[in-house]
Design a protein around this ligand. Structure first.
Ligand code: DHB
Length: 507
């Protein structure tokens, strides 16, 4: 419908310019230099009116759906965005502290498993509660929900079109679209807050870390992204599957010695956020050997980062994997248990937690990990047989799967090749925090459940330390008893968002 509309307006323009000017080549010349297939101008008049009920209150909003956010998309099933705007903003009204000019833009992506994602929409979550987008609208946020290509996206010729870095390029293009249209669209494009869970959490963090970095520019140009900045204001990331080139060693640092597992069965239609089926097993001797080798690589990586705790203590690990960084991770687990205790949770059956006078004074870290249990087999992300979701992420237009670590390549069992190091880098936020000519988001909310074993808690801990060392404002916590998932604490999420929005005066 959008494409047809565009086509008819081009035809009308073409006819007009032909009738008004004798030199008809003028309009054709313009379209060959620009070569745009789609307009990226936001059309304020093209919407449907919707209503929804949140906490017994009816909210009215305008739905602008399936907006192609680049001029030359590769795939219009995914490179589209849904934008939702409270009706009050068209009536000159305010919602709480926000109005048409100042409302922050909440930008949740729906990516799971690094699969392609169509844009989401306000509605109910799987429990029948208002989802994050609907809560956002009720609180006066403008909501922009981008789709993005993913690891299985193919074109009509069977070429893969969504391999890394496609998904992050698409999300950046969506940010640029919002800036390009900032004057005509209600909401403040200088207050974009991204949100995502798991792979989507990884992409949310990557979006916040890589603002305006030139390495992405050729990819953005190729799809006709707006010539605008793509930095964002704040990041919310749940259960981020990120830092992929060090995720295997981080996982074995944590789970080495746990030799039974409950592994996620994945296929191309696995719903990463909801139905997840698991198969139980025991590691083979070879897998245990791989685990030992990966674990041994982690200290060098941690030590190479030169990170410090907030009191200035260097965060390091010795060859056995013990040290201040381990204590740093443990401190977040202790904090998590303390919060649970303060909220009335009975932890007395967990003998590995020491509680004295209502205070969690210690946790036996190894017992805690045993309690959580291992989900993935080594190597957890860069599968030696190229069999993991992440191997598919790093394929090329003609190769479905590749390795993305030297360890994966060196121990390969499937004749695999290594992805382009420049692309591996472009998927990892750690390389861009504090990097030259890069605008990092200033505000970060990072959540990883205390029982999430899809990834290692060392990963968000390193991300937090890196961000804090650069002076950014980071709220990292591990919600007690929470497994792999996101959007489970929307009241707290929006309280945090309102607070960080307040920290910068309106334009
Ligand atoms: C997701 C989960 C995983 O375990 C993984 O390896 C990649 C992505 C997800 O839920 O998005």
């Amino acid at each position: 419908m959008k494409a047809k509309k565009w086509l008819s307006s081009v035809l009308v323009c073409g006819l007009l310019s032909m009738s008004m000017t004798p030199v008809y080549a003028k309009s054709t010349a313009k379209s060959t230099t620009d070569n745009a297939k789609y307009s990226i101008k936001f059309d304020t008049s093209d919407y449907t009116e919707k209503t929804a009920t949140v906490d017994g209150k009816t909210i009215k909003y305008r739905a602008y759906e399936k907006l192609v956010y680049v001029k030359n998309p590769v795939d219009t099933k995914y490179e589209i965005m849904n934008v939702y705007i409270p009706e009050q903003y068209y009536e000159g009204k305010s919602i709480g502290d926000y109005n048409a000019k100042t409302a922050p833009i909440f930008m949740p992506n729906a990516v799971g498993g690094y699969m392609p994602a169509e844009p989401g929409s306000p509605g109910e979550d799987q429990n029948g509660d208002p989802n994050a987008a609907l809560v956002a609208l009720s609180k006066g946020y403008v909501v922009a929900e981008p789709g993005a290509r993913g690891r299985t996206t193919q074109n009509d010729d069977g070429e893969y079109t969504g391999k890394a870095p496609a998904a992050i390029v698409d999300l950046k293009a969506a940010v640029r679209y919002l800036r390009y249209n900032d004057k005509t669209m209600p909401g403040d494009a200088e207050k974009i807050i991204s949100n995502g869970t798991s792979a989507g959490g990884g992409l949310s963090a990557l979006l916040g870390a890589t603002g305006n970095n030139k390495e992405y520019e050729p990819y953005l140009k190729a799809i006709g992204a707006a010539n605008e900045r793509d930095d964002i204001y704040a990041v919310s990331a749940y259960a981020a599957i990120t830092n992929l080139d060090h995720a295997d060693m981080a996982y074995e640092w944590l789970y080495n010695g746990i030799n039974t597992y409950k592994k996620l069965q994945f296929s191309d239609d696995t719903d990463y956020h909801n139905e997840r089926t698991f198969v139980e097993g025991t590691l083979t001797d070879d897998q245990i050997k791989i685990s030992n080798q990966l674990k041994a690589l982690f200290p060098d990586y941690v030590n190479s980062l030169g990170l410090k705790a907030s009191n200035g203590t260097p965060l390091t690990l010795n060859a056995d994997g013990d040290g201040t960084f381990k204590n740093y991770v443990k401190s977040y687990v202790i904090k998590s248990a303390q919060t649970a205790l303060d909220n009335g949770k009975d932890l007395s059956s967990l003998t590995w937690i020491t509680i004295k006078n209502g205070k969690v004074t210690d946790i036996d870290f190894d017992k805690y990990i045993e309690y959580v249990g291992r989900m993935k087999t080594p190597s957890a992300f860069d599968g030696l047989d190229l069999g993991n979701a992440e191997n598919e992420l790093f394929g090329t237009s003609s190769t479905n799967t590749q390795h993305f670590t030297q360890f994966g390549l060196d121990n390969d069992t499937a004749g695999g090749t290594l992805a382009d190091p420049a692309i591996i880098k472009m998927m990892n936020p750690m390389y861009y925090i504090g990097a030259n000519k890069t605008t990092n988001a200033k505000y970060w909310r990072i959540r990883q459940g205390s029982e999430d074993n899809d990834g290692s808690i060392a990963v968000p801990a390193l991300l937090t330390a890196k961000l804090e060392n650069q002076g950014y404002d980071v709220d990292f916590a591990m919600p007690w008893g929470q497994g792999h998932g996101g959007d489970f604490d929307l009241d707290e999420l929006f309280d945090w968002m309102d607070q960080v929005v307040e920290k910068t005066s309106y334009k």
